[in-house]
Design a protein around this ligand. Sequence first.
Ligand code: PLP
Length: 640
Amino acid sequence: MAPDLYLDANATSPVLPSAIAAAVEAMEASFGNPSSSHATGLRAKRILDTTRARARRVLGAGPGRVLFTSGATEGIQTAVLSALVAVRERRAAGEDCGDLLVYGATEHKAVSESLAHWNRLLGTGLTLQPLPVDAAGRHRLDVLRDLAPRAAMVCTMAANNETGAISDLDGIARVLRASGSKACWMVDCVQALGKLPLDLANTRIDYAPFSGHKLHAPKGIGILYVRDGAPYTPLMIGGGQEGGQRSGTENMAGIAALGAVLAALEEGTTFHTHAELAAMRDRLAAALRDAFPGIVFNAPFEHTLPTTLNVAVPGVSSKDLLDLFDAAGLRVSAGSACSAAKAAPSYVLDAMGLPLWRSGGAVRLSIGPLADDAFVDAACARIRRCGEALRTSPLSGGHPGVMQVSGDGRHGWIVFDGETCVALDPPPGQVERIAALARDAGLRLADFDAAECATVALDDGSHAPCMPIGGAVLARLPDGWLLGEAQEGRLPRTAVRQVFGAIDATRLAQIAHDGAVICHGTDVDGLACATVNALRDAGAPGQLHPDALDVFLRRHADALLVDVRETGEAAAGAITLHGRAAHHVPLSRLAEHLPAWLSDPARPIVFVCRSGNRSAKAALCLRRAGHVQAWTLVGGLALA
Ligand code: PLP
């Protein structure tokens, strides 16, 4: 399998080698506590002072405070706390501070959640007011003009983490000035460090939080800039570190590492320039256009960081795109990393007024300023391979093939051979997709009811209309379908392979044997298909941990390794583990292959997928059908 290409730099970034070296030095030779007055402490203090001085220069902090924090989330808490405590004090002194907490509608959740949290905790009773953005993701200055006179605090980010949209900070400052607003202004600068020029002391910005890990420093270290004269209340009180402004023994390894990153920024040769990064972005965009005709870019490049691309492909969900990229070893994310695990559409793209298919189907590719041409070449080649893989039809092989098509929690089934396919009870939202799958595979989509049908006799003495497909027959019952091998006008129960629909249990026992596979219309006990005689309480299938796989495969030379990822994923990157190439059967084709696997119950089958979820389902299905040698690779390829 090809090595990872990491295009998720807006989520986090690998630590710069010089930063690792600085952190190690701070943990070994200079391990002291910077508050100690002996030489060991003084050596640590020198790292603290040098890093702060660098941060001052890089941020253009002037006389403002520069504090080390655990990251941007802490910096945001501190800024919000400081601003709201000041509001309380000014109000107590009879001053009108406004009644709104204005925040950009596309802010990171750390901002809106902190505003709500501290407003509640401090009892300030202000109203949270999202500031809308335009279609490019930039704040609506006309709306801000109306809100500014009532704002107690304004929070706007420098650049958005999902889209890379760069805010018009000068425009915001002009509106605030023109309205005479006394509101504290926080600008979340997390995505700006190393990518946008910073000269904070020459702006109206009161607070600017940063996170080191977004620019090649480790996680757990950040900076908060506070304008000289802006209200300040410490979030943490204790031993008086950071001049009493942020107590707690400093994260010296993190500070030393951040110092190395700041040194690289100052020195100016480590990171690529805006123009170089823009050229790389253009090449990635060209590869994406080649790979996915119809692709849309969710934020115009004119106003975005050159390091971020947010895209959607018509007809392809963000989950499917992510799986495809992942199979090709391209690590990207759906929207923000924090929400990547949740399948909700992006609130950032919703706020930009994009249609649901673009916000629900969004994928973000983000590179860091360390990326080079060789990396971009490799990423472009893999993106193009993903495009080809997506065009690989899942309706191939199998005579007849059986594929599950799901949508809105319902399952429909496609039965097909090399010429024809029939859709059985498709979920309404999947009808178009099935037609497209048939078209792309060059198959005729047959309408069973309109077809000239023969009839076949069943073991309960009844007759059912049927059509031939892939050397078998598909028979229609009032409440479902049977697929199996007919023999001289009969479909004996022992020859039924798959059953579709909710057929009455008594009748089912007469017309299908115990090992036939029932293909459900919705999940039953967590699975889309099961054999008639499946044991719900068969217990969990075998759990194979990645470090035991090698030994297992050596011990079981006959073991079958089965890749259950979908067709595009397998086409984007085939699986070979410990020299054994995996046989590919997508989870959506499990019902088709179960009968063959069940006919050889002693042969171990190890299911593999990306993260271990789909393989666990496949193994459970086999286990319930009585196959005691069904295994799942725990954690999937990600840990293998
Ligand atoms: N603000 C923005 C724009 C971010 O991208 C992030 C992290 O994703 C944060 C704030 C929070 O940063 P951290 O989790 O490092 O505290």
